[in-house]
Design a protein around this ligand. Sequence first.
Ligand code: MN
Length: 522
Amino acid sequence: MQQPSEILPAANYVRIFDTTLRDGEQSPGATMNVEEKLAVARQLERLKVDVIEAGFAAASPGDFDSVRKVAGAVAEPLVLSLSRTREEDIDLALRAVEPAARPGIHIFIATSEIHLKYKLQMTREDVLEAVVRAITRARRHLDYIEFSCEDASRSAWDFLVTVCAEAVRAGARVVNLPDTTGHALPEEYGRMFSHMRARVEGAERVVWSAHCHNDLGCAVANSLAAIANGARQVECTINGIGERAGNTSLEEVVMALKTRADLTRVECGINTRQIYSASRLLAQIIGQPVPANKPVVGDNAFAHEAGIHQDGVLKHRLTYEIMKPEDIGVPSNRLVLGKHSGRHAFVNRLTELGIDPQAIDVERAFADFKALCDKKKAVYDDDLLALVNEEARRMPESYALVEATATSSMLGQPSARVTLRVDGEDRTVEVAGEGVVDACYRAILQAAGVAPTLERYTVKSITGGTDALGEVSCLVSERGMTVSGQGAHSDVVIASALALVNALNRLKLRERAPARRIAGGP
Ligand code: MN
């Protein structure tokens, strides 16, 4: 159980609450399986986030299981499950976080008139009663309760004051005022925090929390405005993933706090050197590449193209650089390993890159690394990350790529011959297509006997040079389910084939998993 000093941290300490596994995972194509969630959770612990929202236990048996496994997998951060105010939700959330060293639950209900009238069909009195009942029930089992007024930024302030006061009285430790719809602007969002802190009875006994969405591009600015007005927790996600336009991006808000500590006068506990690995790990897992111009973690975030800028940076880097790439753990992309590197050096480097050797099949990864050294002169950090992620993607498989041969020509029609193992049986298909990748994809789908829609297909060269590893991400959907697939190989056609096969396996797993009954939240 937490000591009171942990519940009310130092006045200038801002807690980082990560909801990549809950709000983030709700964004299209970002669904993760249990192993992937565990990999993200372990990285969040290395980042030293204060709180991990692991999921919404009542959403489905799969979500319950994921929350429970994450709760058992990390030691330092608080692990929370989201919960509505209904009893069944609370009991499931309580059971899901049981294995956590530091468990907590996050109860929410909407407070805006539009949500009360059209979604909940509840009166203000009904809402107040539900809040008190839920928090009281949860507090009998657990000390750490966060309460959220969903759609707070569009709620009437007089009603918000009443709800928050009741939540504090019932025993909530944290009160969150989300901008669920991404509608607020910084000045008004900040003002809401000062108003609540001034008017809510017992306001000084709780931590006030901000949770913002980026629909108007203001999520980070709104979070900073909340902090300036007394919020001491921000809810955010890696790469800013989340419902619609996403949530507050963890890396952006953290670097804003660190870089402008002169102005914000607050601190947080994040180990910024793990930011880059966290960003790339998540991008690879969900198959959503980080945009090149994304602040802090994009490929161009530290690139100086203009001559005058380059000249300035060479003379004194602070002329145009406000942050140092090494502070967020951007790999220097130097040659780290080669043909003659041993298994020990390989494992060491993986550990330095934030990969837990116990979480992967090291022997297979090392064999893949040796094979890569034969094909490629220089093996960089990013190559290693891609290779290990390729290894981690090998899950219980319905489909496996046995062999693929593709022929491309300017004169004749491109074609591909693919052998796919489908539930243990090898099927070979040869077809022509618009290009080699198209032919390959037609052959794979024909062999698998499925016809999902290819929503997106992207190829990225991991490091420079024509011998670089190609990394392919694709997004496929079928009957309302969208999944992503990734593949990495020194041959882009094979990488493309691996990505599609990976996506088909995920689609199969999703079909077998019990459907999520509910999803949503503040
Ligand atoms: Mn949200």
